[in-house]
Design a binder for this molecule. Structure first.
Ligand code: ISL
Length: 558
């Protein structure tokens, strides 16, 4: 199979199906809704869609708990509506990448239903079952969604392993039959014509031999989620097997979601000569402000230091250059909204800030991923009451830290949630200023962000000064400027706490990217050549060395 690495030139648009577009008034986004909106994605200029899970699921974790990998969740449509979506996308020159969730299944999956029946059931070893140790769980591992990773099952008197919710039992990849099942379901989708996979939590599939205890943070009952499991001993081997038996036979792209991964490890899995995956989603830039109390993990309400952000991007940009390929993202369905998290969503600066973030990321080397609504500058939800949240991670964290262990005050925890909850990203797409932002004619499954009258696609698509128009231009630029795809990366002034500036170099050309991350004027001299061409900027004019609030601009110089 001839491979042209088309994904290097791609711009990916992430669609969170339940919140994108409802077509039948039931309040939930669906496949027909996505198909109706393909022209919008086309107009933006993205040429790949990553679709979050649309498979049959009891939805304890919004579809990341799959009960049948070969069925479409009826609330989204059926296989016919899926095929229509795929065909129409392909006609428009848009590829579709599916979410592959195979670290775990739902506890409602037939394999698990069989597995839990008896110790000698043929499916028993599809999952991790262990005897109690002195009356308690087999080890001290903490789940990503709080509490232990082990759940006791009365029927056979053993515990099963679940790194996420207890309705998400972990598949046992040591069992060759499990790997055959996964390969078979991958082929099922690839043979329908899908263009690749975003592989969920994929660096958790190889568990350490013997499932040993891991060190615990001070005062904590459990070890940190994923400790000892991330990037396990057989991961390369499993990836090579998937590549050899399935991936290499199709002209597709793969991106592995891998928290806790460093560039050196990413190169092992995705280096151009590794024969494993194409890209990873690394987490270093979105995990830059952990709570100083380790028990709280990601829950915080602090801004990220610009110098830290620059250090992380510099590390990834330089270490992968020429050897592997970066995926570039600010946000996704698990992260707060980009503009709220990395800049500001204050109304007076929001548009400038959203454009500034777009510039900073899209001029780096790698494949950009745009999370639905980011191209409009959509913001965090600013919820004030726990009952407004629905995400399992959010609710479990509140229960654990505020109600059970009582070491965080309700007010503080609400501030953490407003800052970090995954629900910030999951509010419906803001299409227009009509009721429910044009997302549904029914009652939306999740409340629309209150600011939809000020921030919506209808206002933005035809406005040449909108965030949408700016993103269009950013995408357009990479088509005419190979330096954006191919150039190397040089960070300028790593210790500057206000401005993120870098250069790219390629075939005698230089790209200079300058972003003021503050809300005030700063002066900087980057020695811009007299005949430099300003490719894009978020202010109408150029004030030279004076950088205004959240100003961002890009020059090309010979
Ligand atoms: O979201 C996280 C922290 O807030 C991560 O730890 C996340 O749980 C991890 O990256 C895995 O995420 C993926 O798998 C989860 C699912 O809940 C997420 O939505 C998905 O992106 C379990 O399938």
């Amino acid at each position: 199979m001839k491979k042209n690495q088309w994904w290097k030139n791609a711009v990916v648009y992430q669609v969170y199906p339940q919140s994108f577009q409802d077509s039948n008034g039931d309040g939930v986004g669906d496949l027909d809704g996505i198909r109706e909106r393909l022209p919008y994605i086309k107009k933006l200029g993205a040429n790949v869609i990553w679709l979050n899970p649309i498979y049959a699921s009891p939805e304890e974790d919004n579809g990341y708990d799959i009960s049948d990998y070969r069925q479409i969740n009826p609330k989204y449509g059926d296989m016919k509506s899926f095929q229509k979506l795929l065909d129409r996308a392909h006609e428009l020159g848009i590829k579709i990448v599916m979410d592959l969730v195979v670290n775990h299944t739902s506890d409602q999956h037939r394999w698990f239903q069989e597995s839990r029946k008896s110790k000698d059931n043929p499916y028993r070893d599809y999952y991790y079952w262990r005897d109690p140790v002195e009356g308690h769980a087999p080890n001290d591992w903490g789940s990503f969604f709080n509490g232990s990773t082990w759940k006791y099952d009365e029927q056979t008197g053993q515990y099963y392993l679940h790194l996420f919710a207890d309705g998400q039992p972990d598949l046992n990849w040591e069992n060759p039959k499990v790997r055959e099942e996964v390969k078979s379901l991958m082929k099922f989708w690839l043979d329908k014509g899908v263009d690749g996979f975003r592989m969920d939590a994929i660096n958790l599939i190889s568990k350490p031999q013997g499932l040993p205890d891991m060190p615990k943070p001070e005062n904590a009952k459990y070890s940190a989620p994923g400790a000892g499991v991330l990037n396990g001993p057989r991961l390369n081997e499993f990836f090579k097997e998937l590549n050899r038996d399935v991936l290499s036979k199709y002209d597709i792209m793969t991106v592995g979601e891998m928290s806790g991964t460093k560039p050196e490890q990413a190169l092992e899995y995705t280096g151009f000569d590794a024969h494993e995956l194409n890209m990873v989603f690394q987490f270093e830039h979105v995990e830059l402000s952990p709570n100083p109390d380790q028990r709280l993990g990601k829950w915080n309400d602090q801004p990220i230091k610009l110098t830290d952000l620059k250090r992380v991007f510099n590390n990834w940009q330089t270490k992968l250059h020429g050897k592997g390929w970066n995926s570039l993202y600010w946000s996704n369905h698990d992260q707060p909204r980009a503009v709220s998290r990395f800049a500001t969503d204050k109304p007076e600066y929001r548009e400038l800030a959203a454009k500034m973030l777009g510039t900073t990321l899209h001029m780096m080397q790698g494949t950009p991923y745009i999370f639905e609504g980011e191209e409009l500058g959509m913001t965090n939800a600013h919820k004030e009451d726990l009952t407004q949240y629905e995400d399992i991670e959010t609710i479990n964290a509140y229960d654990q830290f505020v109600k059970k262990e009582k070491f965080v005050s309700p007010t503080k925890m609400m501030s953490y949630l407003a800052h970090m909850s995954r629900d910030n990203a999951r509010t419906p797409m803001q299409w227009d200023d009509s009721k429910n932002a044009g997302f549904t004619t029914g009652t939306p499954w999740f409340s629309v962000n209150k600011n939809y009258k000020e921030i919506n696609a209808k206002d933005e698509v035809d406005d040449p000064n909108s965030v949408f128009a700016y993103y269009q231009k950013l995408i357009e630029l990479r088509k005419d400027n190979p330096i954006i795809i191919e150039g190397d990366f040089e960070l300028l002034d790593p210790d500057d706490q206000e401005v993120f500036a870098y250069k790219r170099h390629y075939q005698g050309e230089t790209l200079l990217v300058i972003s003021n991350f503050t809300d005030h004027v700063v002066e900087r001299d980057y020695k811009v050549h007299e005949n430099a061409e300003r490719l894009i900027g978020n202010y109408a004019d150029d004030a030279g060395k004076r950088l205004r609030a959240y100003e961002s601009k890009v020059y090309k110089m010979k």
